[in-house]
Design a binder for this molecule. Structure first.
Ligand SMILES: N[C@@H](CCC(=O)N[C@@H](CS)C(=O)NCC(=O)O)C(=O)O
Length: 219
């Protein structure tokens, strides 16, 4: 089976982390960001992640894909129940600085050497779409980096304590599937002050899900 995705896409990371953690054999396909036909052919919409099953059928929606991987994968790799209080508190805080997160991440996404942005056309496609969402140019967003970093850092400092895989026999929970991808993308931002407890969380979840942080090439 094939998992179509973008490296920078937090919804794709949900699917990717569950597939890896559950040891589901699959091929990872990194689509060009401006490749609309492949998505439309598979699911009738321009959206990833997409899981194409061996029978040729395809499915969308990251949490549905995760649930399918959970069924198909190693039963010994248990995903623990969600931790609603922790998850809701964390996601509400991050949602409160959504604009700053977007202004930090969107202009960086295209400059990290990721496979979905190999061509100039794919970078232009993304930039056009995302500048409309943040209602400013990437240049403007980057010029305000210090402001956006301060907003996000204040929020990161307020996050509730996040349960660690090390405290649960190296198991992840369904709340990690929601929380981790958003926090993971913040490692794209050079010198963003990520509290040590949050960094420990990121490193542990990255390790048990065989996913990658951006710390060594943050910009
Ligand atoms: N509800 C969907 C959302 C997926 C989604 O929004 N994916 C973004 C990428 S991060 C997308 O494909 N956007 C269209 C585009 O990039 O053109 C899910 O959970 O899978």
């Amino acid at each position: 089976m094939k998992l179509y995705q973008y490296h920078h896409c937090p919804f794709c990371v949900r699917a990717d982390m569950v597939a890896n953690y559950k040891q589901v054999e699959h091929e990872k396909v990194f689509l060009a960001n401006d490749d609309e036909p492949t998505c439309f052919d598979l699911i009738g919409a321009k959206m990833v992640p997409i899981l194409e099953l061996d029978d040729g059928t395809a499915m969308a929606e990251s949490l549905d894909v995760c649930a399918r991987f959970d069924e198909l994968g190693d039963p010994a790799a248990v995903i623990l129940d969600a931790r609603p209080e922790q998850e809701q508190a964390a996601m509400a805080l991050l949602d409160g600085v959504r604009k700053s997160i977007r202004c930090l991440l969107f202009p960086r996404n295209i400059n990290l050497g990721l496979p979905e942005f190999a061509s100039q056309a794919s970078r232009d496609y993304f930039q056009n779409k995302k500048e409309a969402i943040i209602e400013q140019t990437f240049e403007q967003a980057l010029a305000d980096t210090e402001h956006h970093k301060a907003m996000v850092e204040t929020t990161l400092a307020q996050l509730p304590a996040l349960s660690l895989p090390a405290d649960h026999q190296q198991q992840i929970s369904w709340s990690d599937v929601i929380i981790y991808p958003t926090l993971r993308n913040l490692t794209m931002v050079k010198d963003l002050n990520i509290p040590p407890a949050v960094m420990t969380y990121l490193q542990q979840v990255a390790s048990v899900t065989n996913t990658h942080l951006y710390l060594d090439h943050a910009i």
